[in-house]
Every structure is written in structure tokens, then in C-alpha cells.
Design a protein. Structure first.
Length: 177
């Protein structure tokens, strides 16, 4: 009988401690107020945005002469662009001839030795991403060699938040002969 009484008392103490902990957490959440609600809302929106599957826009394979001595090396490259949504895909399709031409020019400036290395492919993907932003007003100021113009902090923050429709570049095939 004594064991049952001790068990009930212990259960009441643990239940009271749990209730106290739960209530204190609720008060802390309520004190955060609107700031906490805004953060939660922003996190929920970004989570919902990231849960939408990306839209892929495959381009036709391109065959390009490389910049090797003698001009005998050729690359066949398949590029797929990652775009933000279906509407952005339609916007990019309107500029495909310009984008394809820019990509062909970028690849033709490379040598086979550069493109056989992973770093060369990664640099090419980065350059293609910059090239795809040109029709939408981006890319010109992204040259690493050029000295950046001095702007106010507001202007630089505004540019940093600019989103272009193409968010990534994938290679679906990469053959060098």
C-alpha cells in the first residue's frame, strides 16, 4: 500500500513539473510576439518554396570546336537549365537563341585540357549561369577581373537580392574528342 502512495505522489510531482515546463515554453513563445510570428511565416514560406520541384529546361546538344592548337578538338555538350518556375521557363525560351549563342561562344573559348578537369567544368557552368542572366539585365558587373564600381550599401543590397529566372546549370552530356 505504501508503494502505491509513493508512486501516486511521484506521478503528481512529475506531472506538475511537466505542466510547469510546458506553460513556461508557451509564455516564452507568446512574448516573442509578432517578430516570432513573422519569422515563422517567412520560414514556412521558404520551406514551401523549396518544396516545389525545380523546373528543368533542356537545351539541344551543342557541338563546338575548341580553342586548342590546330583546332582539331571538338566538344559535344548537353546543357539543362534549372529555372525558378514554369513562367520563368517561358521567359527563358523567348531568349533561347541569344542564350545558346552565348553558351557556344563560351565553350569555344575553352581548351580540351580545361574542360577535362572538374574545375574547368564548374567554371564553365558558372560562366553559363552568368551568360543566361544577360538577357534579363544581369551578368555584366559580375566580371571578377573588373574593378567594382563604388555604390552605396543600399544599392549593393538591392542588387544582391535580384533573382534571375535561371538558377542553375546542369550538364546532361559532355563529350570531348
Amino acid at each position: 500500500m505504501l508503494i502505491i502512495i509513493v508512486g501516486v505522489v511521484l506521478l503528481l510531482v512529475l506531472g506538475g513539473g511537466g505542466a510547469f515546463f510546458y506553460i513556461s515554453k508557451q509564455r516564452a513563445a507568446a512574448e516573442e510576439g509578432a517578430d516570432g510570428a513573422e519569422e515563422t511565416s517567412t520560414k514556412a514560406q521558404s520551406r514551401a518554396k523549396s518544396q516545389t520541384p525545380p523546373v528543368y529546361l533542356p537545351l539541344d546538344n551543342m557541338v563546338v570546336n575548341l580553342a586548342d592548337q590546330g583546332g582539331e578538338r571538338v566538344a559535344q555538350v548537353g546543357v539543362t537549365l534549372v529555372v525558378t518556375d514554369a513562367h520563368a521557363s517561358d521567359s527563358v525560351k523567348a531568349y533561347l537563341p541569344t542564350i545558346r549563342s552565348g553558351i557556344l561562344m563560351l565553350i569555344s573559348q575553352r581548351t580540351a585540357e580545361e574542360l577535362l578537369k572538374q574545375e574547368g567544368k564548374e567554371l564553365l557552368a558558372k560562366d553559363i549561369l552568368r551568360e543566361t542572366s544577360l538577357p534579363f539585365g544581369g551578368g555584366e558587373d559580375d566580371d571578377e577581373d573588373a574593378e567594382p564600381p563604388k555604390k552605396s550599401k543600399k544599392a549593393s543590397r538591392k542588387k544582391a537580392h535580384t533573382e534571375y529566372p535561371v538558377t542553375g546549370v546542369l550538364f546532361s552530356s559532355f563529350i570531348i574528342q
